[in-house]
Design a protein around this ligand. Structure first.
Ligand code: ATP
Length: 235
C-alpha cells in the first residue's frame, strides 16, 4: 500500500506553473529519489507534501488519510519528518540540545536523552554533542538536521539535497546511513548527486517543468532518453 499519494497536485506562483497535475505514489518501505533539472519543481512538490506550501489544486494523502489541508505540524505528528535546503538548526544551542528540541515533539523525560544519543550516533555526530551547532561545518549541520528528523522516528523521512556541501567521505557515510534507515523508514530524497541516487534509491521519479516525466529503477532512469534530454535541455 502507498504510504504517500498525490493526485492532480498543482501549484502556480503568479502564473508560473511550478508543479502541474502530479500523481505520485510512494509505497511503504521504499527509498525514492526525486530528481530533475534546476527549477523543475522538486522543492515545491515536497513543500506541498509537508504542508509548507498550499497547493493550487489536487490532493495529498498519507497512510490513506486526506491531509491536503492539514497544517505542517500536524503532519509531523502523523509521522512525517523533513529537512530542507535551508538549515533549520538553532546555531546558539549545542548539538544535543538541537536534537532534544526535535525529540520533545513526540516524547518526554529520560526517553529524550536516549533517543538523542541514538540519533546522533546513527549520523556519526556522537562525539560532538556539546559543540555549538553554529560552529559545525556545513556538512555536519546537514547531518545534524537528519538526526533531528530521525529522532522523531518518522514513518516518512523527506530529505531535500542532504549531500549538498558534504565531503566525499561524508557522502559515502550518508549512503550507508540511508541503506540502514531504509529497513524501517520510507524515504523520499531530493538529490542531485547521481552516485547517491544510483546507490541508495529503490526507484527514481523525475520531474521536468513541473510534470512527472518518468519513473523507474535507477538503471531504467539512467538509460531513459527523455530524462537525458530534459537534463541537456536545461543545462
Ligand atoms: N515562492 C515562490 N514564488 C514564485 N516562484 C517560485 C516560488 N518558489 C518556487 N518558484 C518557482 O517555481 C519553479 C520551481 O521551483 P522549485 O524550487 O520547486 O524547483 P526545484 O526543482 O526544487 O529546483 P532546484 O533544484 O534548483 O532546487 C521555479 O521556476 C521557481 O523559480
Amino acid at each position: 500500500m502507498s504510504l504517500l499519494t498525490t493526485r492532480g497536485l498543482s501549484k502556480s506562483f503568479e502564473g508560473l506553473q511550478a508543479v502541474n497535475d502530479v500523481d505520485f505514489d510512494l509505497p511503504q518501505g521504499e527509498v525514492r529519489a526525486l530528481i530533475g533539472p534546476n527549477g523543475a519543481g522538486k522543492t515545491t512538490l515536497v513543500g506541498m507534501i509537508c504542508g509548507r506550501i498550499p497547493p493550487t489544486s489536487g490532493s495529498v494523502s498519507f497512510d490513506g488519510c486526506d491531509i491536503t489541508t492539514l497544517p505542517a505540524h500536524k503532519r509531523i505528528g502523523l509521522g512525517m519528518a523533513y529537512t530542507f535546503q535551508i538549515t533549520s538548526i538553532f546555531a546558539g544551542l549545542d548539538v544535543a540540545e538541537n536534537v532534544a528540541l526535535a525529540a520533545r515533539r513526540r516524547m518526554s523525560g529520560d526517553a529524550v536523552e536516549e533517543a538523542v544519543m541514538a540519533a546522533l550516533t546513527r549520523v556519526g555526530l556522537s562525539d560532538r554533542i556539546n559543540q555549538e551547532a553554529g560552529d559545525l561545518s556545513y556538512g555536519h549541520q546537514r547531518l545534524l538536521e537528519i538526526a533531528m528528523g530521525l529522532v522523531q522516528a518518522p514513518r516518512l523521512l523527506i530529505l531535500d539535497e542532504p549531500t549538498q556541501g558534504l565531503a566525499e567521505a561524508e557522502i559515502a557515510a550518508f549512503k550507508t546511513l540511508i541503506r540502514e534507515l531504509s529497513d524501517n523508514t520510507t524515504i523520499l530524497l531530493i538529490e542531485h548527486n547521481m552516485s547517491v541516487v544510483m546507490e541508495t534509491a529503490d526507484r527514481v521519479s523525475v520531474l521536468s517543468f513541473g510534470e512527472m516525466l518518468a519513473e523507474g529503477t535507477p538503471a531504467e532512469i539512467h538509460a531513459n532518453a527523455d530524462v537525458q534530454a530534459a537534463y541537456l535541455g536545461t543545462g
